[in-house]
Design a protein around this ligand. Structure first.
Ligand SMILES: [Zn+2]
Length: 66
């Protein structure tokens, strides 16, 4: 059950963890999401302008990612 659910989730490209609903994420202008925390800790990973930071669930709902 948990495995099936994870298939629908997106991984953070920096830490390779699946995003959780309440994680704070940053989305860039190409709609790539990373944890906001991961970007702050690895500023070299910020290659594009960040257009929004917010809860994963809210960002997904707003930008229609799946
Ligand atoms: Zn991360």
């Amino acid at each position: 059950m948990a495995k099936k659910y994870e298939l629908d989730l997106i991984r953070c490209p920096i830490c390779q963890s699946f995003f959780k609903q309440r994680d704070i994420v940053a989305i860039d202008i190409l709609n790539t999401m990373s944890h906001a925390k991961c970007l702050y800790e690895n500023p070299v990973q910020i290659k594009l302008d960040i257009k929004e930071v917010g809860k994963y669930q809210e960002i997904v709902n707003k930008y229609g990612m799946n």
